[in-house]
Design a protein around this ligand. Structure first.
Ligand code: CP3
Length: 354
């Protein structure tokens, strides 16, 4: 079955091929649970400095690659990174998360946003992606990523991480026309950015609509789905062959609707059983996920069982093994190593534990 070794495993899974074992990577695999990352962060304390200086961002992206050889290497960046390029400034503050000095609240602010010119505002992304491709060759797959319109709008409007999204929801239900204009402008900018990432070397692009699960299904169809579709449609017009993944946190109520976005894979979080996710999404949709990141605080036995259980439920076609959300701060690095080692031997382990 392992017939075309020159094409990396993750790309083959993303195209729906039958494989002996699924490719494996982790959301947020570069980050604070790694000591080498924390050391580098002490030296370069600003998140934007770390992510917008190509030498540092390349080094951070490669830290998990050197430690664990995952089948996917994701560039170190943030979903907020393109926003200054359309006129929205932000910072990421230690232990507070993203902060926007001037949140978007008025029609005049929406009118003032400008189209994204990634060559000018995001030149470092080209250096990062080209270098990652050169470094990993066809041993792994380089992933780019973006935020989806609803989730980026949520940050820009709330001005920070939010518990109940009252400001953006207030806008949705009292001034929907203004929010729709903002979401559409974001969708155009994000599509431009995805195309740029692909041109720079991203082989797969994941779109994070992390907070779209906060919407009721009927509002998801009004404020999230159409703008996911706008991004996917524009990207597929020029780059039909690059697989796109959609991730939502807490997606159990909208899972089937995620499939309508036009992406090639749905990234499933752990609130959904993987076998049920397969049924609900249908045989033509590829999947990613979906182990609870909290499992990595457990014993090796528990980690192994959950890996094998997830692989059995997902089946041997069109599945990328991943967590159901980002790896948590404080996760023992040794358990991350065990996760990758076990996942890579899954074909042999499945035979033993059958
Ligand atoms: O997956 C990877 O390894 C690539 C790196 C990556 C980061 N952010 C680095 C980062 C990715 C894919 C993201 C995406 C991102 N950023 C999302 C979508 C994924 C998700 O978690 O749902 C979201 C919602 C953001 C916004 C964001 N950026 C938040 C909420 C925070 C603060 C988180 C916290 O716990 O403080 C960030 C900062 C951020 N982005 C960090 C990292 C490693 C931590 C900041 C630090 O290193 O000091």
């Amino acid at each position: 079955m392992t017939s075309s070794p020159e094409i990396p495993l993750l790309l083959r899974a993303a195209r729906g091929e039958v494989l002996d074992r699924p490719p494996v990577w982790m959301m947020r695999q570069a980050g604070r649970y790694m000591k080498v990352y924390r050391d580098l962060r002490d030296k370069y304390p600003g998140f934007r400095e770390r992510s917008e200086n190509p030498e540092i961002a390349i080094e951070i992206s490669l830290q998990p690659w050197r430690a664990f050889q995952p089948d996917g290497v994701i560039m170190f960046s943030d979903i907020l990174t393109p926003l200054p390029g359309i006129g929205i400034d932000f910072d990421i503050v230690e232990s507070k998360g993203p902060l926007f000095e001037t949140p978007i609240r008025t029609q005049a602010q929406v009118d003032q946003l400008h189209p994204l010119h990634p060559e000018e505002s995001l030149p470092f992304i080209k250096t990062i992606l080209q270098s990652l491709r050169a470094e990993v060759g066809n041993q792994s797959t380089v992933l780019g990523f973006v935020g989806a319109p609803w989730t980026l709008a949520a940050y820009a409007i709330e001005g920070k991480s939010s518990k109940n999204y009252s400001v953006i929801k207030g806008m949705a239900f009292s001034e929907p026309a203004m929010l729709h204009q903002f979401l559409s402008k974001l969708a155009d900018a994000i599509a431009t950015y995805v195309r740029y990432q692909i041109d720079c070397g991203a082989q797969v692009v994941q779109m994070f609509d992390s907070w779209a699960g906060e919407l009721s299904p009927q509002d998801y169809e009004v404020f999230a789905l159409p703008y996911q579709q706008q991004v996917v449609r524009q990207v597929k017009e020029t780059h039909p062959d690059t697989p796109l993944i959609l991730y939502i946190s807490g997606s159990a109520g909208v899972l089937e609707r995620m499939g309508k976005s036009g992406v090639d894979l749905v990234s499933v979080d752990w609130t959904v059983d993987m076998a049920e996710a397969r049924q609900r999404l249908g045989k033509d949709m590829n999947v990613q996920g979906n182990i609870d990141p909290g499992v990595l605080f457990g014993s090796h036995d528990v980690i192994r069982q959950r890996i094998l259980d997830t692989i059995r439920k997902a089946g041997n076609r069109g599945h990328i093994l991943n967590l159901g959300h980002g790896v948590l701060v404080g996760t023992p690095e040794d358990n991350v190593r065990f996760f990758f080692e076990t996942a890579k031997q899954a074909d042999q382990l499945m035979a033993v534990h059958a």
